[in-house]
Design a protein around this ligand. Sequence first.
Ligand SMILES: [Zn+2]
Length: 102
Amino acid sequence: MHSSVIGKIEKANRYARELDRITIEGLSVTFRGDNDTHRVALAADRWQCNCHYFDSWKTCAHVLAMQKILGQMLTEQAQTSFFGAPEEAQVAEAQVAEAAPA
Ligand SMILES: [Zn+2]
């Protein structure tokens, strides 16, 4: 194989391990859940899912699963959800610490 091709493959292998190089700005997937198949999409840091749970809560098991899979490749905003958002947990902990007597 040509040496420049080998160099590109080696670089690709290294890039594939360095996920912080990648920011996913948008995507669209078909998600086969236990009960039904759903359309999950990300655009402008906003998730969408066509499941009923998402209608009420603006997040769901499908979005949470995508956030787990894609992790650091998502923007900070796209990594967080209505529940389980790390910032909200830290704020809650800080409030508890402030309320506790010294
Ligand atoms: Zn969903």
